[in-house]
Each structure stands twice: as C-alpha cells, then as structure tokens.
Design a protein around this ligand. Structure first.
Ligand code: ADE
Ligand code: ZN
Length: 342
C-alpha cells in the first residue's frame, strides 16, 4: 500500500471531470460569505460539514447550488480556482479540464465576464507558475429548459476562444440529453466539442442519446453502462472515454461502498476509464485520494494505476504532441519505480 501511495503521487496526472464550484471548501465559503455579506444557513464550518451526508444526486445539488451563492466577484472566482490549482500542483496534476455552471451565476445577476475572467486569471497563473495546462468547459444545467440553455450559449459567445467544449450536468433523471439536441448542435456549429453527464443516476439509454444526439467526445460518469451489454459494446467499439468519479459515486450512493464500485468491471469490459474527483470539497477527496481509495478498495495493480493515469491524458483535449510528452513521462515514472507496463 505504501508503495502505491508513492506511485500515485509520482505519476503525472490529468483531471477531466471537475466542477470548479465543487472545490469550494467550507473555510473559503465562510470567508467569501463574510466578505460579500451573504448569510449562510449554517452556523459554522463544522455544522456545514455535518450536512455533507447525501442521499442522492439531488440532495447534493441543493447544497452545492446554495454554497455557490457566496461567489460574487472576479476575485472570488480567482480565489476559488487558485485554491484548487495549488492543490493540483502539489499532487503532480499536470493538466485540468474544468467545468463551470454559467447559469448558476447569471441567474443571480453575476456577470459572465467576472466568472470567466476570474477563472482564467487563476488558470493563467497556474500555467505560468506550475506548468499546469488547462481547458475550460461551461456546462448547461439540464433541469432548466432549452430556451435558457440557448440564451446561455449565446451569452458565452464573446468568450468562445476560452472554451474547448460544452458540457451537460445537474439533475439527470427526467432530463435526457435529447432535451438539448439543438443546443449542442449549435455549440458544435460554433466549433466546440461536446461532453455530457450520462449514466450517473440516469439509465444507459441516456448514454446512447448523448452519443447519437449530442455527438459527445466523452461520457461523464457513464458507470451505469454495464446494465446494458449493447451500450457497453458500443462504448468499447468507439473507444469512448468515461470520466469516472469513484468517491462521488459512493457519496451520492450510486454504489453502496467503494468495494462495490464497478470501475474494475468497466476496465475488464475494455472501456477507456479515467479517474476524476467531480466535486472534491463535498465528496471527501481530490484526485490522488480518488486514485488511492479506488486502488485500495478494488485491489488494483500498480500497472492498472499507471494505465488509468495514462488514460487521463489520452482522453484529454490536449494536442497529440502534448499527450505523447505526458505519456512518455508516465512511462519514465513507471520504469523508475519498477512497474512493468504493457
Ligand atoms: N454538478 C456538479 N456535480 C455534478 C454531478 N456529479 N452530477 C451532475 N451534475 C453535477
Ligand atoms: Zn460531474
């Protein structure tokens, strides 16, 4: 075990499924609430942390959207992302693809300029100071309607050069990807790639819809694919990456325990699995802790840990030369630590 911790720490890693609003630690939430004169429903950090006992996705989202209310200024978004990126630098995370939820902020009257430029301030500094490369992915809130999504996409257009893809998140059940087929067609016509949360709480049919109707480059979560062998085969044949978030899945009760997580079965099915943290401030661990908890509970081999880290770069939106550089660095770490890889 001790050796696996050293391996996880030493490996260059990529994070592909991370909601920046989900990195808001209770201490920063209270600090920003004080700074901005926002009244929180919790007396202190301890009481807030005690509320992190979720029964499903919706019970988490209710708290997560309430917490985001403390984010008001460009400096707040910079502080939020800076705290996350400092942790990533310390964990040897070399590349991040970050989600944010524009509608969560515009609905409160926050200017998109402050959201985007605040995040870019922090990302540019992390790139300069730590060499962390990044992509930004705004996500459409699927519990809202198509008109709101289309309006949001139009309002994002001035910052199109900052974005790599459009994503789809929030309450999955009852909000299938097909609801946003026209929004994602418009995004593709603007030159964006697409990704979507599918098969987290929703059925495997939502994964099929995300592929066929949104033409996604990756599926976020996707763990319920194994309930339908035809969907699993399709994902495998397409080489479609899944951005799996193990600690999130246990905290939101997609699986009862980490030992019951299907990440090992997904790998055995020949799928391109990546490990990610989703909303680490709420789910008890950042990227390395997701690797550690999964490796320990599922008894993953060192070679499997190396393969998961490599998948993170392969499934990223980095250019081929950058991917090759990172894969070479991973192979060098594996060699140095005596891990035989295929
Ligand atoms: N928004 C933030 N985290 C999410 C998740 N795990 N699923 C859907 N929407 C989200
Ligand atoms: Zn997510």
């Amino acid at each position: 075990m001790g050796d696996q911790l050293a391996l996880i720490r030493a490996l260059p890693k990529a994070e592909l499924h991370l909601h920046i609003e989900g990195t808001l630690e209770p201490e920063l939430m209270f600090e920003l609430a004080r700074r901005n004169g926002v009244k929180l429903a919790f007396a202190d950090v301890d009481e807030l942390r005690r509320a992190y006992d979720f029964k499903d996705l919706q019970s988490f989202l209710d708290l997560y959207y309430a917490g985001a209310d403390v984010l008001r200024t460009r400096a707040d978004f910079d502080a939020l992302a800076s705290a996350y990126l400092a942790r990533m630098a310390a964990e040897n995370v070399r590349h991040v693809e970050i989600f944010f939820d524009p509608q969560t902020h515009t609905a409160r009257g926050i200017a998109l300029a402050d959201v985007v430029e605040g995040l870019v301030d922090a990302l540019s500094r992390a790139e300069r100071d730590h060499g962390i490369t990044w992509r930004l992915i705004p996500c459409i809130l699927r519990h809202l309607d198509e008109a709101d999504a289309l309006g949001t996409l139009a309002r994002l257009e001035p910052w199109l050069h900052r974005f790599t893809a459009l994503g789809l998140d929030s309450s999955e059940r009852g909000h299938p990807p097909s609801k946003f087929a026209r929004v994602f067609a418009r995004a593709r016509s603007l030159g964006l790639k697409t990704v979507a949360h599918a098969g987290e709480e929703g059925p495997p049919a939502y994964i099929t819809e995300a592929i066929d109707q949104l033409q996604v480059a990756r599926i976020d979560h996707g763990v319920r694919c194994l309930e339908d062998p035809a969907v699993t085969r399709r994902l495998r044949d397409l080489g479609m990456p899944l951005t799996v978030c193990p600690l999130s899945n246990v905290r939101l009760r997609v699986f009862p325990t980490m030992a019951r997580h299907n990440l090992g079965a997904l790998l055995e099915a020949g799928l391109v699995v990546t490990v990610n943290s989703d909303d680490p401030a709420y789910f008890g661990g950042y990227l390395s802790e997701n690797y550690q908890a999964t490796a320990a509970a599922l008894d993953l081999s060192d070679a499997t840990i190396v393969a998961l880290a490599a998948n993170g770069f392969r499934a990223s939106f980095l250019d081929p030369a950058a991917k090759q550089r990172h894969l070479g660095d991973i192979a060098a770490v594996a060699r140095r630590l005596g891990v035989a890889i295929g």
